[in-house]
Ligand binder design. Structure first.
Ligand SMILES: Cc1ncc(COP(=O)(O)O)c(C=O)c1O
Length: 362
């Protein structure tokens, strides 16, 4: 089995150590001292699928029971074990998206990509998904809200995609790691129902990395039909066995309703403030972008005079020591992704350096 190198991770590994990072896709990390970091003991978490009480609380978000949830090391592992469990001959993947969502099924079988329409604000046409589904399609894969565009596929779209998948007997795997960012379920942004709540073919993955500022915790989950969770758990026996004990201890606190509301409100405030700064930057230089509906990713057209995201981002690192993410990592060479989740002063410094570069090359 072969898998292509993870372009974004390799780009970060080359540049992130000594430069100002504006390519992170999550909010700035939380201070660990605000949590109790001590688990009951340092044995494996028993049962290995995760604490039943916490799984039950997460399951409530999807109208699912505790044994329809599996706790994992990040959303990445939740996606991986779901792919391993469900991938048959063929999957349909909506792109552009986070590379692992197409690279893993491409390593396991055949993938048909359905492209979001850039000219139409990166909207998804559910009929294009229907056309791509084949008799041997096992999975349809969506990322909602979407990385890198920051767009939210609405309820009608997600339901239509779910119905197309279910009619074909295929599961819909929806990576919803940016969902908590969008305001969880407090109405801050209108969100579709999570895929796992849509019916017997819906699977949701999520985690604490992006909206909560807890990427280093490596805590995530999948929720879905019991047979999917059981099959994914069989793969997890071979990957990480149980969720990390310290992470689960922290997750129990983070997902307490009061604490969660407090953390998400803090993080959403920071994201909104920073988004306005990026909006002003985009306007100043007359750049094109889909105004992100949520999250901290701005997917911006490469400025005139530069040839492709990769060469623009290389020039930016060389000339102003700022790391952006090249659109090529999403097979979109006309774009770059700018992450605006860090502290505002850090973002301001980075934008000022970019202003200088764009003025010099105007
Ligand atoms: C869509 C998407 N899914 C999953 C991940 C990985 O998440 P985690 O840190 O929870 O493993 C990322 C990270 O950028 C992502 O953008």
């Amino acid at each position: 089995m072969q898998i292509e190198p993870f372009a974004l991770e390799r780009w970060f590994a080359t540049h992130e150590a000594d430069n100002l990072m504006l390519a992170e896709s999550g909010i700035r990390p939380l201070d660990p001292t605000r949590f109790d970091l001590v688990p009951d003991d340092f044995g494996y978490v028993i049962p290995t699928g995760g604490d039943p009480d916490l799984r039950g609380r997460i399951g409530d978000r999807y109208d699912r029971a505790a044994d329809e949830v599996l706790l994992t090391c990040g959303t990445q592992e939740a996606n991986f074990v779901t792919f391993a469990a469900l991938m048959g001959d063929h999957a349909v993947v909506v792109t552009p998206t986070y590379q692992s969502l197409h690279a893993i099924p491409e390593a396991l079988g055949e993938v048909t990509r359905v492209e979001l329409d850039a000219a139409d604000g990166w909207r998804l046409d559910p009929d294009a998904v229907a056309e791509a589904i084949r008799p041997d399609t096992a999975l349809v894969v969506l990322n909602n809200p979407n990385n890198p565009t920051g767009r939210i596929h609405d309820a009608d779209t997600v339901r239509a995609v779910y119905e197309h998948a279910a009619d074909a007997g295929a599961y819909l795997l929806c990576d919803e790691v940016y969902r908590p960012f969008a305001g969880a379920d407090d109405g801050a942004v209108e969100l579709p129902p999570p895929a796992a709540s849509l019916g017997p073919y819906g699977v949701s993955t999520c985690g604490l990395s992006k909206g909560y500022g807890l990427a280093g915790l490596r805590f995530g989950w999948l929720a879905g039909p019991r047979e999917v969770v059981e099959a994914a758990a069989q793969w997890k026996d071979y990957t990480t066995i149980s969720p990390p004990a310290v992470s689960q201890r922290v997750a129990e606190q983070v997902l307490d309703p009061e604490t969660e509301a407090e953390i998400l409100a803090e993080n959403r405030d920071l994201a909104a403030r920073n988004r306005d700064l990026v909006g002003a930057f985009v306007d100043r230089h007359d750049l094109g972008w889909p105004d992100p509906e949520t999250g901290v990713n701005a997917f911006i057209e490469v400025p005139d005079g530069f040839f492709g995201g990769q060469s623009f981002c290389e020039r930016v690192v060389e000339e102003c020591s700022v790391v952006l993410a090249p659109g090529e990592a999403f097979d979109q060479p006309d774009y770059f992704r700018l992450g605006f989740g860090d502290e505002t002063a850090h973002l301001e410094e980075g934008l000022e350096r970019l202003d200088g570069l764009l003025e010099r090359h105007a």
